[in-house]
Ligand binder design. Structure first.
Ligand SMILES: Cc1cc2nc3c(=O)[nH]c(=O)nc-3n(C[C@H](O)[C@H](O)[C@H](O)COP(=O)(O)OP(=O)(O)OC[C@H]3O[C@@H](n4cnc5c(N)ncnc54)[C@H](O)[C@@H]3O)c2cc1C
Length: 309
């Protein structure tokens, strides 16, 4: 049995910060699934220096996890022990640089970057309009949509490690593959430099509108969901395997397989993280039994189950 989370006691062990440290903060409100338990402590750094100072001074036995806007996260019902970091205003700058490049803080929403690129007649970043996360999440997940992928546009990423040291990682340093970044797990990305190309505003707008229309038609984007639950196995589409296994619309409590897109799980209201995870594991077991294919979670599951075990 893990001890119960005690945010107030943990805050006392943490260094002074210029940003905000809050104890026992419900994370359900900060994730798309709207389910799960609290962060023992939530830290919102004021800026990159505040973040680096905090990481340097925090005792190494305290675990740290960074989140974006929680569009790819399932927080378990017992909450997340240690410190959850959420980047805010101090990481929200966005500007154009020479050669149609965009430098952007990692708290900025992908959609905002797509719109900013359009405003500046920069093409090549429209795919970001199809991903509802932050640039930090896109860097870590190698987010991609509609033929575009973060690895195709990233020039370099700035990051801070657990010792508070700043690193600048090249595209190769990120060790990207499908929905995966092989750069050290302890890195917190603070800024990205993205490569676009000079474009025509009418064409960029048309591409963006096409993405918006397609998403609305094919994804339950207004639901409480974590997006694609499983990665596509080589040569297969997860949604097709789930559909063929007869699981379209299958539910455990209020956690349900989307009727619109079988690789999306939906919290229909009041589902626990335990039910959502159990639904995912049931899908994995049934697809394995039916086709001998093991589905790999794309959604990141964090924290401990209810009861803290
Ligand atoms: C309706 C819907 C549609 C979606 N469609 C797509 C799609 O088409 N393509 C796609 O790729 N994804 C899609 N997703 C999944 C999700 O939007 C992406 O994975 C996104 O990149 C996650 O960003 P986030 O800010 O929400 O990150 P979170 O979900 O909060 O975190 C995801 C991961 O990123 C890490 N992370 C976040 N910020 C940082 C940072 N600053 N430094 C280091 N690590 C960080 C977290 O630790 C975690 O491991 C969809 C999700 C939903 C809900």
């Amino acid at each position: 049995m893990m001890p119960r989370l005690d945010g107030e006691a943990l805050v006392k062990r943490l260094p002074f910060v210029r940003g905000r440290l809050e104890a026992n903060v419900p994370l359900a409100d900060l994730t798309w699934f709207r389910a799960g338990g609290p962060a023992e402590v939530l830290f919102t750094p004021l800026d990159e220096t505040d973040l680096a100072d905090f990481l340097r001074a925090t005792p190494k036995d305290i675990s740290i996890y960074v989140i974006g806007v929680g569009s790819n996260l399932l927080v378990r019902d017992g909450g997340v022990p240690g410190v959850v970091i959420r980047l805010g205003r101090g990481f929200s700058e966005i500007k154009v640089e020479a050669d149609s490049r965009v430098r952007v803080g990692t708290a900025v929403l992908d959609v905002r970057v797509a719109r900013f690129a359009y405003d500046n007649s920069i093409d090549g970043l429209t795919f970001l309009g199809g991903i509802p996360g932050t640039i930090g999440g896109a860097l870590r997940m190698n987010g991609g949509a509609y033929g575009g992928e973060t690895k195709n546009v990233l020039v370099e990423a700035r990051a801070i490690d657990r010792a508070g040291i700043v690193h600048v990682l090249s595209n190769t340093d990120m060790k990207y593959s499908y929905r995966h970044c092989g750069a050290s797990e302890d890195l917190i990305f603070t800024e990205a430099l993205l490569q676009g190309r000079s474009g025509n505003q009418d064409e960029i707008l048309a591409a963006m509108n096409k993405i918006t229309d397609s998403r609305e038609a094919t994804q339950p984007i207004k639901s409480r969901t974590g997006g694609s639950t499983f990665k596509n196995p080589p040569g297969n589409k997860s949604w097709q395997l789930i559909d063929k296994a007869g699981l379209r619309g299958f539910a455990i409590g209020s956690a349900k397989v989307s009727e619109l897109h079988c690789n999306f799980l939906i919290n229909e209201g009041g589902a626990t993280a335990t039910q959502i995870e159990e639904l995912g594991e049931t899908i994995r077991a049934r697809v394995l039994a039916a086709f001998g294919i093991e589905l790999d979670w794309e959604i990141k599951r964090i924290g401990v189950p209810a009861g803290g075990q």
